[in-house]
Ligand binder design. Structure first.
Ligand code: T46
Length: 135
């Protein structure tokens, strides 16, 4: 079975003044960065995601607080708690993702390989299964 959860360890460049992490295209981020967005102030009990992407690759980092990610490739589901600004979750294309259990202070930044494109989303789980069977 392929390992679904791929964590990128981000080097800590801080010193006695505080923390610092640098994200660079094709270096610690394994693609050309085209977009950055962040989720914050997620309401208690809310779950997000519930879709896959045909082409988009992303890295998600909990800059503050925590949340639980589920990744699913159509054959298996694995989960991880993101709770550190030094831990990037690599999310490949054709992986169903769900985010749960956001702490009320969670700030989740997502680094993306493509500009926003609604036609890249697969928002129905049965359509996702059809897509991955044909990969
Ligand atoms: C993902 C997970 C981890 C935009 O207009 N531009 C953007 O760059 C994004 C990301 C979203 N939007 C719009 C589309 C929706 O009307 O913002 C609204 C909320 O997006 P969505 O419901 O897709 O949000 P999540 O939290 O379910 O999923 C997001 C990303 O969309 C998705 O690519 O992998 O975070």
């Amino acid at each position: 079975m392929d390992e679904l959860i791929k964590i990128i360890s981000l080097d800590y460049l801080g010193d006695d003044r505080g923390g610092l992490v640098s994200l660079q295209s094709n270096q610690n981020i394994p693609f050309e960065i085209k977009r950055v967005y962040y989720l914050f102030a997620t309401q208690e009990g809310v779950a997000r995601g519930f879709h896959a992407h045909k082409e988009l690759k992303q890295v998600a980092i909990a800059l503050h607080g925590s949340c639980r990610f589920i990744l699913d490739d159509g054959k298996q589901r694995q989960e991880i708690i993101l709770d550190s600004p030094l831990k990037g979750l690599y999310i490949d294309n054709n992986k169903w993702r769900e985010m749960h259990d956001f702490s009320n202070d969670c700030v989740l930044v997502v680094i993306a390989s493509e500009h926003y494109d609604e036609s890249d989303y697969i928002r129905d789980y049965q359509d996702f299964l059809k897509e991955v069977i044909n990969v």
